[in-house]
Design a binder for this molecule. Structure first.
Ligand SMILES: Cc1ncc(COP(=O)(O)O)c(C=O)c1O
Length: 422
């Protein structure tokens, strides 16, 4: 595959950007063949800087829900661009969008808008503390809530005081949650939970309803706030709050990534029990009130309400999961596919250092399909049955090529540094 433009960009980037790239969008932890730079996207496809096209199972790590550059959303964004974007105060769309979300998300009585998921999760913590006057916040160990000192998975630049009042429990483990609540005593401000366990490098877990309900009961008994971090899964599992199907409503929920189909906006939603606290915290950012992403969000939310985008991605996800399992088996491989089909995690059984998954990813890439070897993936509504056929054909050939390469596979050096040698 031609990589000359990507390599040239990487060389230039190394001089002017720390590490040449940063964060989870960096290819530092991906197979060598993976491109770092992308030049365009349309529907379900992305093109790298060398012009190679891929069916994209990452959807920009979540923001592309309907497909890149969805014309309905882009038309709404263009119309607002012609009027203005970042102004001295909000446009009327601020109120329209808040009303829309309050209508769609059961537990929500109010909304505050921001830019990134981390803004929303960090504000959720602040609102819970302001409302309760307490300090301790419980997090599921290993869960990702963003890139701020209190929650970043990388310890560099973080001091213990940044996390002084955080305590950890095990997702889906009622006993560990109860223990953490007891230890927090009368200083418990909040319990954080993800809609399902979607941590990197491991199998995903759907929420045990008993765990979700117990989290609600424990918060009620302690006078603490239940926070659901919907940033990654929101509107991919349901057209509203992800835990409504479990009969559990949080007090606060953090949203981001996909509800403006790729336009930069996130939100903290809350119920009336947190309204005072939300009114007390200092919450702002130069671009938090920009109108164009709000116009895109209003149109995306309309499409969420009025179309079968969700059923469509579930249908495609089922075909992808079943087809992949069958193709893998034909070539003597067993996969560990976990999580909701529209947000699949695809790992190889007996692949502790990920060498098989990495090589399969490269073989898929060579055949025009972008999959991720350790992060959950995303399907978007622009994908079609023909795209899944294309991906399954690529997978069939990729498993065959993998078989031939298997004896000479080496683990990725950065992963060996992280997880040790196997
Ligand atoms: C569950 C969850 N919470 C919070 C965040 C942080 O969002 P952002 O990267 O937009 O700050 C992410 C991002 O991946 C996420 O997946």
């Amino acid at each position: 595959m031609n990589r000359s433009a990507d390599e040239a960009l990487r060389a230039r980037a190394l001089k002017v950007i720390p590490n040449g790239m940063y964060g989870h969008e960096s290819t530092r932890l991906l197979p060598a063949l993976y491109p770092q730079f992308f030049s365009k996207a349309e529907g379900a496809y992305i093109w790298d800087a060398d012009g190679n096209r891929y069916l994209d199972f990452m959807c920009a790590y979540g923001p592309s829900l309907l497909g890149y550059r969805d014309e309905r959303v882009e038309a709404a964004a263009r119309a607002q661009t012609a009027l203005g974007d970042t102004l001295t105060g909000p446009s009327p769309l601020l109120v329209d969008l808040a009303e829309t979300l309050v209508e769609m998300v059961d537990h929500a009585d109010w909304a505050i808008f921001c830019k990134n998921g981390t803004d929303a999760t960090t504000m959720a913590m602040s609102v819970a503390r302001a409302q309760t006057g307490r300090k301790v916040v419980l997090l599921a160990a290993g869960a990702y809530h963003g890139a701020a000192p209190w929650c970043t998975p990388i310890p560099a630049g973080v001091v213990p005081e940044d996390r002084a009042h955080l305590r950890y429990y095990t997702y889906n483990d009622v006993e560990s949650l109860e223990k953490a609540v007891t230890e927090a005593g009368d200083d418990l401000a909040a319990i954080f939970a993800s809609p399902f366990k979607h941590d990197a490098f491991i199998d995903q877990e759907l929420p045990d309803p008993a765990y979700a309900r117990r989290a609600r009961e424990l918060c009620d008994a302690a006078g603490a706030k239940l926070i659901v971090d919907e940033v990654r899964a929101g509107f991919r599992l349901a057209r509203g709050s992800s835990w409504t199907s479990l009969g559990v409503q949080p007090d606060l929920s953090a949203w981001g990534k996909c509800f403006a189909n790729g336009h930069p906006i996130s939100a903290l939603l809350g119920n009336d029990s947190c309204r005072d606290g939300a009114g007390q915290i200092y919450a702002t950012g130069s671009f938090w009130l920009s109108a164009v992403p709000m116009a895109a969000a209003i149109e995306t939310l309309r499409i969420i309400r009025e179309t079968d985008y969700l059923e469509h991605t579930v249908h495609l996800g089922n075909r992808w999961r079943e087809g992949l399992d069958a193709a893998a088996a034909r070539h003597g491989y067993a996969l560990r596919q976990s999580g909701p089909v529209q947000m699949p995690q695809i790992l190889f059984a007996e692949d502790p250092d990920f060498r098989t998954g990495y090589a399969w990813g490269e073989e898929m890439l060579k055949r025009g399909v972008y999959v991720h070897p350790w992060h959950n993936m995303f399907l978007c509504a622009a994908m079609t049955d023909a795209d899944i056929d294309f991906a399954l054909e690529a997978a069939e050939a990729a498993f065959a090529a993998l078989k031939a390469r298997q004896p000479s596979l080496e683990p990725h050096p950065v992963l060996v540094a992280m997880f040790g040698a196997h």
